[in-house]
Ligand binder design. Structure first.
Ligand SMILES: [Cu+2]
Length: 471
C-alpha cells in the first residue's frame, strides 16, 4: 500500500482518505447517450466507481433548420445516463472542455452533501474537478448544473439522470430507455429558421418556445423512434430538467402497469398519466400487447402539437384483435330517420387493392395521424397549420406533398397565399400508409383526385437516408 502511494494523484489520495478502510474494487462507470441506458449492474457488492463526465458547449439543432447553443454533460441533451449501485463509493471527475466559454459544476440529487456536489465541482474551462460521495439512497435522480445564473445553465440543457440501483437490483425487463423533458427559450418563435439565441426574458416569464424530449423535436420521431415488439416489457427512465415546466407524462395507447412515482422505491399500478416535476423523475413500465405506434407526450397537449414534446415507440409484432380490434364497422348514424344501415363485414379492408380501398384506409390514417393539426375537415388552423383542403401547395406538386409526410417539413412555405413557418414532424409512416393517406387527402375537400401509389412514395428520397424496414 505505502509503496503505491507515491504514484497516486493528490485527488486519489483525498478520495482514499475519505473512503477510509473499505478496500472497494475499482471500476469505471459506463455512461450512455440518450435514449440508451447502461446495462443493469450485476455485481453483488459495492464498488469504488469512477465517473468521468465532460462538459461540452456545442451548437445542435433543436428542430429542423434551427440551431441552438446547448451546454451539455457529455455532449448530449439530456446528459449521459449514469448507472450506479446503492452503497457504491463514487469518485466523480467533472471535466470542462477547454473550448467552453463558461465555468460549470454539477449538483446530483443522488448526493447527500453540500449542494449535491455543486460546492466541490465548480470547474473552469480546461479544468477538472474531483469529489467523492457514497450512494446512500436507491432511486432515479436528476443531476444538473448549478452555476449562476442557474436557470440559464439548466435552460441550455445542463441536466441528466443518475440511477442508483437498489442492492437487490431492479426486476428484469426487455427494453430500457432514457427520456427526459426540457423547456427551451429562444428569441424568435417556434420553428423560426436559423440560429436562435437564448431568451432570458421568456425564461423568467416561463413562456417556452420549445418543450421537447431529449433536446430536440426529432429525438424520438422518424428514424429515431424507440422500438419494441409485442409481448415485451418496456421500462422508461423519465426525467424532467425543466427549468420551469412540470410534465404530465403520458403514452398514448398504453397504460403504465407500474409507475415508480418521483423515482421512488415503491411502485403504484395502472397509471394513465404521471406527473414529473421539474428536477424530478419517474420510472414507468408497461408490457406492449399490440403492434402500432405509441406516442409519448406531455399531456399539457399544446406543448405536444405546438412546441415539440412528441416521441414515438414503434411496436412490431402480431395483431391481437381481442385486445384491440381496429375499426370494425363504420355505421350510418341517423337518429332522425331511425334507420341503421350496417356496412357489411366483408367490406372491411386491410390492404388496398384499389384507389377506393386506399381512400378508405387513408381516412383512418388521416384521423389518427394528421387531423390533430390539419383538422378533420382539412382546413387547418389559421397561422399554425396550413390547410390541405384546396391547398395549392398540395395540388401543385405531389412529390413535395409526399416529402412533407415522409420527411417532415419546416421552414417558410406559402399555402393559398398565406405564409406558414411551422414544424411538421416526420411521422414514421410506411410508404403504403403514406400512399393511402395522400390518396385520401387528394380525393377529399375539393382537391385534384390524384391517386398516390406506394411506388411513387418510394421514389421520393428519404431525408435522413437511413433504413426503414420494420413494417
Ligand atoms: Cu453550467
Amino acid at each position: 500500500m505505502i509503496r503505491n502511494i507515491v504514484n497516486l494523484s493528490i485527488a486519489t489520495m483525498l478520495t482514499l482518505s475519505v473512503v477510509g478502510k473499505a478496500a472497494l474494487k475499482e471500476e469505471v462507470a459506463v455512461l450512455t447517450a440518450p435514449p440508451h441506458v447502461p446495462p443493469p449492474i450485476t455485481r453483488k457488492h459495492a464498488a469504488k466507481l469512477i465517473v468521468n463526465l465532460e462538459v461540452i458547449e456545442k451548437k445542435m439543432p433543436i428542430t429542423d433548420g434551427v440551431d441552438y447553443t446547448f451546454w451539455t454533460f457529455g455532449g448530449t441533451v439530456p446528459g449521459s445516463f449514469i448507472r450506479i449501485r446503492e452503497g457504491d463509493q463514487v469518485e466523480f471527475h467533472l471535466k470542462n472542455h477547454p473550448s467552453s466559454k463558461m465555468p460549470h459544476n454539477i449538483d446530483l440529487h443522488a448526493v447527500t452533501g453540500a449542494g449535491g456536489g455543486a460546492a466541490s465541482s465548480f470547474t473552469l474551462p480546461g479544468h477538472e474537478s474531483v469529489f467523492s460521495f457514497k450512494a446512500l439512497n436507491p432511486g432515479l435522480y436528476v443531476y444538473h448544473c448549478a452555476t449562476a445564473p442557474v436557470g440559464m445553465h439548466i435552460a441550455n440543457g445542463m441536466y441528466g439522470l443518475i440511477l442508483v440501483e437498489p442492492e437487490k437490483g431492479l426486476p428484469k425487463v426487455d427494453r430500457e430507455y432514457y427520456v427526459m423533458q426540457g423547456d427551451f427559450y429562444t428569441k424568435s418563435k417556434f420553428g423560426k429558421q436559423g440560429y436562435q439565441p437564448f431568451d432570458m426574458e421568456k425564461a423568467i416569464d416561463e413562456r417556452p418556445t420549445y418543450v421537447v424530449f431529449n433536446g430536440s423535436t426529432k429525438s424520438l420521431t422518424g428514424d429515431n423512434a424507440l422500438t419494441a415488439s409485442v409481448g415485451e416489457t418496456v421500462r422508461l427512465y423519465v426525467g424532467n430538467g425543466g427549468p420551469n415546466l412540470v410534465s404530465s407524462f403520458h403514452v398514448i395507447g398504453e397504460i403504465f402497469d407500474k409507475v415508480y412515482g418521483e423515482g421512488a422505491s415503491e411502485f403504484t399500478t395502472n397509471i394513465q398519466t404521471t406527473l414529473v416535476p421539474a428536477g424530478g423523475s419517474a420510472v414507468v413500465e408497461f408490457k406492449v400487447d399490440v403492434p402500432g405506434s405509441l406516442v409519448i407526450v406531455d399531456h399539457s397537449i399544446f406543448r405536444t402539437f405546438n412546441k415539440g414534446s412528441l416521441g414515438l415507440i414503434k411496436v412490431d409484432g402480431a395483431e391481437n384483435k381481442e385486445i384491440y380490434s381496429g375499426k370494425i364497422a363504420d355505421n350510418i348514424y341517423l337518429p332522425e330517420g331511425g334507420a341503421i344501415q350496417k356496412v357489411p363485414e366483408k367490406e372491411i379492408v386491410t390492404k388496398a387493392k384499389s384507389p377506393t380501398d386506399q381512400i378508405k384506409l387513408g381516412k383512418a390514417i388521416y384521423v389518427q395521424n394528421c387531423a390533430a393539426c390539419h383538422q378533420n375537415d382539412g382546413r387547418g388552423v389559421p397561422g399554425a397549420f396550413p390547410p390541405l383542403a384546396k391547398s395549392d401547395y398540395l395540388n401543385a406538386d405531389i412529390k413535395k406533398a409526399i416529402s412533407a409526410v415522409k420527411n417532415g417539413l419546416t421552414g417558410k412555405i406559402k399555402v393559398n397565399g398565406e405564409v406558414y413557418n411551422g414544424v411538421m414532424p416526420a411521422l414514421g409512416l410506411s410508404d403504403e400508409d403514406i400512399a393511402n393517406v395522400l390518396t385520401y387527402v387528394y380525393s377529399s375537400w375539393g382537391n385534384k383526385k390524384q391517386v398516390v401509389t406506394p411506388a411513387i412514395v418510394k421514389s421520393v428520397p428519404k431525408a435522413t437516408g437511413s433504413t426503414e424496414g420494420e413494417h
